[in-house]
Design a protein around this ligand. Structure first.
Ligand SMILES: N[C@@H](CCC(=O)N[C@@H](CS)C(=O)NCC(=O)O)C(=O)O
Length: 501
C-alpha cells in the first residue's frame, strides 16, 4: 500500500496524519493543498472530498476523508500492531478516544487556536473574550475527562503510544500559545511532554509554528524584542524548599533561642530550564501567567533618597498601573532597592528591608491570608469595604541598569498549581509575617527576560482575591550561567502595590 495524502502540513488534522504515518513507518506520498490559498475548495480537490476539508487520502480506488479514519486505515497496515491493537477491547478503547477527539476535543481546542493564535498572529486582531469565556467550561470538562484517563497510564490507552495519542495531541499542538489553561491538568501536562519526545511528532512542529506565527519565524523566534540577547534558554540551579509536612518552615530576623533547630527555606536546590521570555513578551499577562513585561519609562533617578522616591516615583507607578490593569485605585505601600552599594547586606538584616540584595529563593511575597491582612493593616477603616471587591497585590520590578547578572525569573502560574506553595513564617521580634515558598516539580515552567533595560518592567502578581485568575507567582533571582564574569551587578527597584477594583 502506498497512500496518497492530500494535505497542508500546517493544519491540525493534516499534521495529525503526517505525524501518525511517520510514527507507524507507513509509506505515503503527499499532494499539497494550500490551506491559506483555499485550495481545499477548488474543484480539483472537491472531486476527492466534496466537504472541501483536508486531509484526504486515496489508496487506489479507496478514498478516505476524516483524519482519524486515515490513521486507522494506515495503522491496519503498520508492521507494529501496538499503535492500534487488534485485541477487540483495546481497539474499542482507541476508537473511543479517536471519536471523542473528532466530536469534542478538536472543537474546544480549536477556539483557542483561532482566538489566541490565528486572530492575533495572522489577522493582527484582538481575541474575542466572550467566545473564550463561553468555551472555558466546555474545555475544562473535556480536559478533566482526558486528565482522569491519563492519571491511569503513561499514554491514553496504556503504556504504549497509540494513534489515539497522536489524534488527541493534534488539537493542542500550539498549546504553548493557545492559552487554553490546560496546564492546570497535571496528567495532560506530563503526557504532552511525552508526546513531544516522539520524533515523528516533534519533527512536524516547526512548519506549523512558522506558518501560524510568521512574524516570530522571521525574527528567529524573538518577535524583535530581544534587547540584543541571543534568544534561547539556560539551565541554572534555584532554591526550592523541602516540604516537611508538620514541621514549619521559618526564618528568624533576630537572635532567639527559638531559632535553634528550625527548618529554614531554600534547602532543595534543583537545576531548571529558564526560557527567554522575549519571544512571547506580549502574551504574558499577570492575571493569566502571574507576570507580565511592560515598557515603562520613569523620569525619576534619585533612588537612594527614599522620600524622593515616594514623592516623585510612587505617583508615576499609580498612573502606570491604573492604565495597565484598569484598577480603580492603586496603593503603593513599600519599595525595595537592590543596588551594588547595599548588596553586602544580608537577607536577615531586618533594619534594611528596603535595601536588599537579590533574593535567591523561590518564593511569593504574600499568602492567601497575609494579603487581606496587609489590606486591613494599611487601610483599617476601609478594609472591609475594599475586601468585598477584587483586590490584587502587584509588584513592579524595574531594573536600574541593564540586567547582566542574577536576573529575575518567574514560574508561570499555569505550571504551578496552588498545591505547590506552602508557608514560610517570617519571625520578627514584634510580629510574624508569612509568605509562600515552593516545593519543586519538574513541570514548572520558568521564564526570564535577559538584558532587561531600565525603561522596561515586570509586573508580578503576589496576591489575588479572584480565584479564577492567577493568584500567586513564584519568583526568584538566579545565577545566569551565560553572564560575563565581569558583568556589572544588577541594580533594581521593586515596588509593592495593591490594586483595588
Ligand atoms: N473531521 C475532519 C475535519 C477536517 C477539517 O475540518 N479540516 C480543516 C483543516 S484542519 C479544513 O480543511 N477546513 C476547511 C476550511 O476551513 O476551509 C478531519 O478530521 O479530517
Amino acid at each position: 500500500m502506498v497512500l496518497t495524502v492530500y494535505l497542508d502540513p500546517i493544519t491540525i488534522n493534516c499534521r495529525k496524519v503526517l505525524s501518525g504515518l511517520d510514527l507507524m513507518g507507513i509509506r505515503y506520498e503527499t499532494k499539497h493543498v494550500d490551506f491559506f490559498k483555499g485550495e481545499q475548495k477548488a474543484p480539483e480537490f472537491t472531486k476527492i472530498n466534496p466537504m472541501a476539508t483536508i486531509p484526504a487520502a486515496t489508496d487506489g480506488d479507496l478514498v478516505l476523508t476524516e483524519s482519524n479514519s486515515i490513521l486507522q486505515y494506515a495503522a491496519d497496515h503498520a508492521k507494529d500492531e501496538s499503535f492500534y491493537p487488534k485485541d477487540l477491547k483495546k481497539r474499542a478503547d482507541v476508537n473511543r478516544w479517536l471519536l471523542w477527539e473528532a466530536a469534542t476535543w478538536f472543537g474546544v481546542n480549536y477556539t483557542y487556536v483561532v482566538q489566541n493564535v490565528v486572530v492575533p498572529e495572522l489577522f493582527k486582531g484582538q481575541p474575542d473574550q466572550k467566545v473564550l469565556d463561553e468555551e472555558k467550561p466546555k474545555f475544562e470538562t473535556a480536559a478533566r475527562t482526558l486528565d482522569e484517563r491519563l492519571a491511569k497510564s503513561k499514554f491514553i490507552c496504556g503504556d504504549n503510544v497509540t494513534i489515539a495519542d497522536i489524534a488527541v495531541a493534534a488539537p493542542m499542538h500550539m498549546h504553548e500559545f493557545q492559552k487554553s489553561g490546560f496546564e492546570k491538568f497535571p496528567n495532560i501536562q506530563r503526557w504532552i511532554k511525552e508526546v513531544e519526545k516522539i520524533p515523528a511528532w516533534s519533527n512536524r512542529q516547526k512548519a506549523v509554528e512558522n506558518a501560524l506565527m510568521p512574524s516570530r519565524a522571521q525574527t528567529n523566534g524573538t518577535n524583535g524584542a530581544t534587547n540584543g540577547h541571543s534568544n534561547g534558554s539556560v539551565r541554572a540551579t534555584i532554591n526550592y524548599t523541602k516540604d516537611l509536612g508538620d514541621k514549619l518552615t521559618e526564618i528568624y530576623f533576630y537572635e532567639s533561642p527559638n531559632a535553634e533547630g528550625i527548618h529554614e527555606p531554600g534547602d532543595d536546590p534543583h537545576e531548571m530550564t529558564f526560557h527567554d521570555g522575549w519571544s512571547k513578551a506580549k502574551d504574558f499577562h499577570e492575571d493569566v501567567n502571574g507576570f507580565a513585561v511592560k515598557d515603562f519609562k520613569s523620569s525619576h533617578s534619585n533612588w537612594e533618597d527614599g522620600e524622593a522616591v515616594q514623592k516623585n516615583f510612587y505617583p508615576e507607578i499609580v498612573e502606570f498601573l491604573k492604565r495597565e490593569t484598569g484598577a480603580k485605585r492603586i496603593l503603593v505601600f513599600d519599595h525595595t532597592i537592590r543596588t551594588a552599594a547595599n548588596n553586602a547586606k544580608k537577607l536577615t538584616d531586618q533594619s534594611n528591608t528596603s535595601q536588599r540584595s537579590p533574593v535567591m529563593l523561590v518564593h511569593c511575597d504574600y499568602t492567601a491570608e497575609s494579603g487581606p491582612l496587609r489590606v486591613r493593616q494599611l487601610l483599617p477603616d476601609e478594609a472591609e469595604d475594599l475586601l468585598s471587591r477584587r483586590v490584587a497585590f502587584i509588584n513592579v520590578w524595574k531594573p536600574l541598569n541593564v540586567v547582566e547578572e542574577r536576573p529575575l525569573a518567574m514560574c508561570d502560574v499555569n505550571s504551578a498549581p496552588a498545591s505547590d506553595f506552602f508557608k514560610l513564617y517570617l519571625r520578627y521580634n514584634d510580629r510574624t509575617g508569612e509568605n509562600y515558598v515552593m516545593r519543586h516539580a519538574d513541570r514548572h515552567k520558568w521564564y526570564y527576560f535577559p538584558k532587561m533595560r531600565p525603561d522596561q518592567c515586570i509586573l508580578l502578581k503576589t496576591y489575588e482575591s479572584d480565584e479564577s485568575k492567577a493568584r500567586f507567582v513564584g519568583h526568584t533571582a538566579f545565577e545566569d550561567p551565560t553572564s560575563a564574569k565581569d558583568a556589572p551587578m544588577r541594580e533594581s527597584v521593586e515596588i509593592r502595590t495593591i490594586a483595588f477594583f
